[in-house]
Each structure stands twice: as C-alpha cells, then as structure tokens.
Design a protein around this ligand. Structure first.
Ligand SMILES: O=C(O)C(=O)C[C@]1(C(=O)O)C=C[C@@H](O)C=C1
Length: 307
C-alpha cells in the first residue's frame, strides 16, 4: 500500500482485517508514525515496492504525485490504484511505467476528512469499486478479489465511461457544494445561524481538504466541463422560468425524478460470467456500463448482478 491517507489507510486496515498480509509506505512522516503505533508494518516506498515481486501494489496518492512514483515501480509489478479519475492515470501508467501489469481502480467511498486518522476498516462495505481493466486475466481477478474482500462490489468499465460518470455524480457535486457553501456564507451571520438540513447535506463535501478536491476535479477537466455545462443549462432554465413565470415546476420535478432513480434502483438479476472466455472483457465492461456489478468470484467464474 503506497499512500496512507483516508483511502490508503482504509485499504490497509480493511485488508488486514480480511486476513491479508499487508505493509505500507507514505511520504507523510506523521501518518507513518501513527500507522506504526497501531501495529502496521510501514517501510520506505523503495522497500515496500521491492519486498515481494508477486505482491499486489495499491497506489493511493493524489494524481499530481503519480508520475514520480510510477517511474520507481519495478517492471512486472502487479499494480492497481484508487484514484478518482481514470483516463489520466491510465495515460500516466502507459507513459511512466510501461512494463507493469495495471488494472485501474476507484472505490466510491470517502468522507470529508483526510489523513490516516480518518481511515476505517469498514469504509468500503457495500461501496461500488470501479475497475478499468485492459484485459481479463489473473491480475484483474486479484484486483476484483481485493475489492470483494474489503466488502465492496465491483463495477467494471472503461476509463472514459468512468470519468464521464464520476464527473456527474462526484466531481460536479463537489463544485456545486463549494458554490452552495460560499453563496450561503455570503448571506451573513443570520443565514449561518439558520442553516439546517438542506444546507448541511448539500455542503458536506465542501469541508474536504481543498487541495485534494482541486486535484480530483481538475484531473477530470474535460468531463467536468461537460457536466458543468449541463448543470449551467439547468440553472439558466430554472432562473428563466422563475423570472418569467414565477414557476419552477420543470426543475423541481426533474430533480425529484433524478433522486427517485437513485433511491429506487431496479431489481437485479444474478448471472455468471466465465472469465476465461474470449469475450470476458467485453462482457464485464458491458455489465458495468449498464449499471451492473460483480458480487462474487469463484476461481475464474464471476457472479454478477445485472440491472
Ligand atoms: O462521501 C464523500 O465525502 C465523498 O466525497 C466521497 C466521494 C464522492 O462521493 O464524491 C469522493 C471521492 C471519491 O473518489 C469517491 C467518493
């Protein structure tokens, strides 16, 4: 495990709790000391990377730190990551660490806290864990098994589809939360004294560490621009109808429908996917694109739920 912040620290704790042999490294001396004090085996980055050529290496560092780290990864290493954007990570791996075996990963879990202290062994329970495989092979199976062991279900897709989806459901919400929090705070002390559930829920993630949110959103610039344009169109339409007719029916009803789509997810049907078959990669990506997920792995047979 390289990087012991909220996500890295949670992967390390959860993997240990699942009975795996784990060790970690971090550039933060403070996080390293805390992890050691809790009994974890923490080494330098070079030692962690060199200890076992067969180990699955998980990178949990912010996007801007990846190029320098990738240059150090030995050829043949079995690698995954937990970064919240996938296209730029795949590009960086192809550029700086051509000889590694890589499956991109992204657990859809977090809190507005950061650092080792914020991590938890249960963070990934029932979470979606995206994988962006380029082949269906034993390395993909190992990465999926890690996610399943940690309590998550696996959503396979492509880097492009992942980045477009998370721009809408993660990165845009962070931008909106920032705008909402700043707009509310500009209302002055009375507005802050009256702020209740809607303001609190809508601005929760604005409490996250700004540099981490910036790295996440700016790392997905192109897809986020499209999502921002979509939201601006809706905000413009809401403003227009409020100004001209005083009504907000379309905006509110579309929002209500969107929320219902999240809450009332369709019934899922169980299927199996033989991961040794030639079309396995396409079958997995197709599953994820349609909102399905892998929920179990037995040898090279994946149990999946389609929606
Ligand atoms: O719950 C939160 O606090 C989060 O911000 C988690 C959240 C998100 O839902 O946007 C943020 C980034 C991660 O990459 C995945 C999930």
């Amino acid at each position: 495990m390289i990087g012991l912040g909220l996500i890295g620290g949670s992967v390390l704790r959860a993997a240990k709790a699942a009975g795996r042999t784990v060790w970690g490294a971090t550039a933060s001396k403070e996080d390293a000391d805390k992890a050691r004090a809790e009994g974890f085996d923490i080494t330098s980055v070079d030692e962690a990377l060199g200890r076992d050529p067969e180990a699955l290496v998980v990178l949990a560092v912010p996007l801007p730190a990846l190029p320098d780290l990738l240059r150090k990864i030995p050829a043949g290493t079995r690698l995954t990551d937990v970064t919240s954007v996938k296209g730029p990570v795949h590009d960086a791996v192809h550029r700086y660490a051509k000889e590694v075996r890589f499956v991109g990963g992204h657990p859809m879990a977090g809190t507005s806290q950061s650092g080792w202290d914020a991590g938890s062994a249960t963070l990934f329970q029932n979470a979606a864990w995206v994988v962006t495989p380029e082949e269906a092979d034993d390395h993909l199976n190992d990465v999926m098994e890690l996610a399943l062991d940690l309590g998550a279900h696996v959503v396979p897709t492509t880097p492009e589809e992942h980045d477009e989806a998370v721009a809408r459901i993660s990165h845009l919400p962070h931008v909106m939360a920032a705008i909402l929090a700043a707009t509310g705070a500009d209302g002055g002390p009375l507005a802050m004294a009256l702020a209740a559930g809607s303001f609190g829920d809508g601005t929760r993630v604005a409490g996250s560490r700004p540099e981490l949110v910036r790295a996440m959103c700016e790392g997905n610039r192109d897809a986020l621009l499209m999502a921002v344009d979509d939201a601006l169109g809706r905000l413009g339409a809401a403003r227009g109808s409020l100004a001209s007719t005083g009504g907000l029916a379309k905006t509110i009803e579309a929002g209500h429908e969107g929320r219902n789509t999240l809450v009332n997810q369709p019934q899922r049907t169980k299927i199996t996917i033989d991961l040794t078959k030639p079309g396995a990669l396409a079958a997995l990506r197709n599953l994820g694109s349609r909102g399905g997920r892998v929920v179990g792995l037995n040898g090279s047979t994946a149990t999946a739920e389609t929606s």
